[in-house]
Ligand binder design. Structure first.
Ligand code: AMP
Length: 388
């Protein structure tokens, strides 16, 4: 066991949060439950987190003065949005502790740096090449071969800024689909994965780490749809996924949370796909299903408190409610019917407007087995989407 932090930030302290979406909202709920004050920086009006924080600095993330103000009113700053400007975060870090650090964010903001770091730490990834021009795409494609995926190196999440290449002749189409969306890119070999999994690892300043159980993830159109926990993989595969997440958190020096998305390849090997140094959609079930939620764990880690117990108390499944899902608009007529499915909990993020691709809420379902949790989550989702 690591020695306790001699000077943790105790309840009553003020936590600054960069980003005010649903991750910040769930963090805010936990922070307030535990007696902390919370100030959120977000450009939006009445964002999901602002509804539960003590103060909302409504300003763009590029507004340096607003960011410095957040630093000045906070005892520690953390974030739910990793694409904040690194130079601004560095200026903030001269005034207040920021967890995770700007150095970690610099890596996590860029898919090539992320994979370079993984390889340096001995973690497997898909074959990849950095691409900065149409000529480099041809060269990379010759080396990697098809099928492959061209992605923007920055600001890519939820499958945005990506184009699939099924053969070498798709280079033109892929380039014209993606090239306007960024300055630098990555070409990755398509992994014929057996399953997508993720692990969220918490790490405190004292070096204590704690991994949440492995989640098995199903995506739709590049966006997470369903997570089932525990992932239905052999224990050796689950152990390797946790080992990889902890190795990355330690190797990058993360203080806070590191979510690691991974592929399980046909040989049962773990390949890192992407990291996010913040709470993650695939960890929402932890609210009901684990000894500590990912949001409380983030708070504990950034405040220097002992980490909580991430153990899974019951098998769980989480399903997202998206803006395009009929019935998930305001009023949610199917909510009562969904809640009749045993073990179902409803989370709505307080977003006023339902738009396609927008995460409006989620359902978490607890059950006696992962299979049962999955079946019930699909049933609850059908009911809420069907409405009435
Ligand atoms: P990403 O934004 O990188 O998380 O990609 C979104 C989704 O696209 C992933 O969850 C996978 O389903 C798929 N994907 C991304 N990269 C690859 C890859 N190299 N091989 C196979 N599938 C991929």
């Amino acid at each position: 066991m690591n020695p306790p932090n001699p000077s943790p930030l105790l309840p009553g302290a003020t936590i600054g949060m960069v980003g005010g979406g649903q991750l910040g909202r769930m963090f805010a709920l936990e922070a307030r439950r535990m007696g902390y004050r919370l100030v959120v920086l977000d450009p939006g009006d009445a964002t999901p987190a602002a509804q539960f924080c003590d103060r909302h600095i409504q300003a763009p993330f590029e507004d340096v003065d607003a960011c410095l103000e957040l630093a000045d009113v906070s005892d520690v700053v953390t974030l739910e949005w990793e694409n904040a400007d690194v130079a601004t975060l560095r200026a903030m870090a001269e005034r207040v502790q920021i967890h995770p650090s700007p150095d970690v964010l610099e890596v996590a903001q860029h898919r090539v740096r992320e994979k370079d770091a993984a390889r340096r730490l001995g973690v497997l990834t898909a074959e990849y090449r950095a691409v900065r021009s149409r000529e480099e795409l041809d060269e990379a494609l010759r080396e990697i071969g098809a099928p492959a995926i061209l992605k923007t190196a920055r600001m890519g999440y939820d499958g945005k800024g990506q184009a699939a290449l099924h053969s070498l002749s798709d280079a033109d189409a892929a380039w014209s689909a993606v090239s306007a969306q960024g300055d630098d890119f990555i070409l990755e070999a398509r992994v014929p994965f057996r399953m997508e999994v993720s692990v969220i690892c918490a790490r405190s300043a004292s070096g204590e780490t704690a991994c949440f159980p492995v989640a098995e993830n199903e995506h739709r159109r590049g966006i997470l749809h369903l997570s089932v926990v525990p992932a239905r993989v052999p224990e050796a595969v689950a152990a390797e996924a946790r080992r990889v997440a902890a190795a990355l958190a330690e190797g990058l020096g993360v203080v806070g949370l590191l979510a690691v998305e991974m592929f399980v390849d046909p040989d049962g090997r773990i390949l890192m796909n992407e990291i996010a140094p913040r709470p993650h959609n695939s960890g929402h079930h932890t609210w009901e299903a684990c000894g500590v939620s990912q949001f409380e764990q983030q708070l504990r880690a950034v405040c220097g408190l002992p980490l909580g117990d991430p153990a899974l108390l019951r098998p769980a499944a989480m399903v997202n409610l998206m803006g395009e899902d009929a019935g998930t608009g305001l009023g949610r007529p199917g909510a009562a019917r969904a809640l009749a499915v045993p073990g179902t909990a409803l989370h709505l993020y307080g977003k006023r407007e339902a738009r396609p691709g927008r995460k409006m809420g989620h359902l978490t379902v607890l059950a006696d087995s992962a299979d049962q949790a999955e079946a019930r989550a699909r049933e609850a989702w059908e009911r809420i989407v069907a409405g009435g």
